[in-house]
Design a protein around this ligand. Structure first.
Ligand code: SF4
Ligand code: SF4
Ligand code: SF4
Length: 304
């Protein structure tokens, strides 16, 4: 329960151009709301705002033009509606995701389920820099994950069934990257052109292409806005549990080591991103083999 002052300090409360009013942002992981919640937001916006709702770039909604004196009541109404006040300051902000396997035929992972799990674990955590997390179900990258501080992309490695290919060329037609050719009646993968989208796997009429396994490419340090930057690839994770572990480690590393007032993308070299990548790789390998994660090494680095 927050006092009026307390809620005013929350990241989801944004002072407007006319400082007598504020806009209230809502927490909506992956931008998914029930019809009842949307109705509830409409009622709340009519009661406390100017009767409009603004859909934001981070898949959430804002209630504009709220009188700050009514913030506490508004907060209670939003809590009751299951759509609490969101976040916009230097913290983990609303996690965005494309529809993923729930609706999109190109998807390789459950983006919305993953967004909810990450939201539960990390949403609103105070950080030295704003941390945006975006998830896309395939390399089409509809949520621009590489332009977020943490980006996650679902991928599939195509695997050929040796000796059975008819050379029909259907997979060649489907691959937009020209990463498959038919040579002597058998399809061949051109590894360095393949973006691991998995489209060919679903295209073979004889079901001869298999998914090696679905996995998650995680990037760090992307940024939109005034100085856009593409994030750097950190590593791939093989399961949701690994992604949760990995993202948790990235958040811990940024929390301990980054400075405020400077973009994360500009700090990565100073933060010894390469060393972090090595250490987190070791921790992931140890995790896979059941050995304890390499926590002391990360702590040691924090003091350098
Ligand atoms: S990123 Fe891929 S899975 Fe997600 S909506 Fe776009 S095409 Fe579909
Ligand atoms: S996974 Fe995608 S890019 Fe790779 S060969 Fe198949 S269709 Fe082409
Ligand atoms: S679609 Fe299947 S059978 Fe046809 S060339 Fe590709 S792998 Fe071979």
């Amino acid at each position: 329960m927050f006092t009026s002052f307390g809620i005013h300090m929350k990241g989801g409360v944004i002072t407007e151009r006319d400082a007598d009013f504020c806009t209230v942002r809502i927490r909506a992981p992956a931008g998914v709301l029930s019809v009842a919640q949307v109705r509830g937001i409409a009622t709340i916006a009519k009661r406390y705002g100017d009767g409009t709702v603004h859909c934001t770039a981070r898949q959430t909604m804002e209630i504009p033009h709220v009188d700050p004196a009514r913030l506490k009541k508004l907060e209670q109404a939003l809590e009751k509606n299951g759509t609490p006040v969101g976040s916009e300051k230097d913290e983990v902000v609303n996690i965005i995701a494309c529809p993923g396997i729930s609706r999109c035929k190109f998807a390789n992972i459950d983006t919305i389920g993953l967004a909810r799990k990450l939201d539960e674990k990390l949403f609103g955590k105070a950080m030295p820099v704003k941390m945006r997390i975006a998830i896309s179900g395939c390399p089409n990258a509809c949520t621009s994950p590489m332009l977020n501080e943490i980006g996650i992309i679902g991928r599939i490695r195509p695997l050929r069934t040796p000796g059975l290919c008819t050379g029909c060329g259907t997979c060649v037609e489907y691959c937009k990257e020209k990463a498959i050719r038919v040579k002597r009646g058998i399809s061949e993968l051109i590894e360095d052109k393949c973006v691991q989208c998995g489209v060919c796997v679903r295209s073979c009429p004889f079901d001869l292409l298999k998914a090696d396994h679905n996995h998650f490419l995680v990037s760090v340090g992307g940024r939109r806005g005034r100085h856009p930057r593409i994030g750097r690839e950190l590593m791939t994770a093989d399961s949701e549990e690994e992604v949760l572990f990995l993202v948790g480690k990235i958040i811990e590393w940024v929390y301990r080591r980054a400075w405020s007032g400077r973009l994360l993308s500009e700090q990565l070299d100073d933060l010894h991103f390469g060393k972090f990548k090595e250490e987190i790789g070791k921790a992931m390998r140890e995790r896979k083999t059941g050995a304890p994660a390499e926590k002391p090494a990360l702590e040691k680095q924090a003091g350098t």
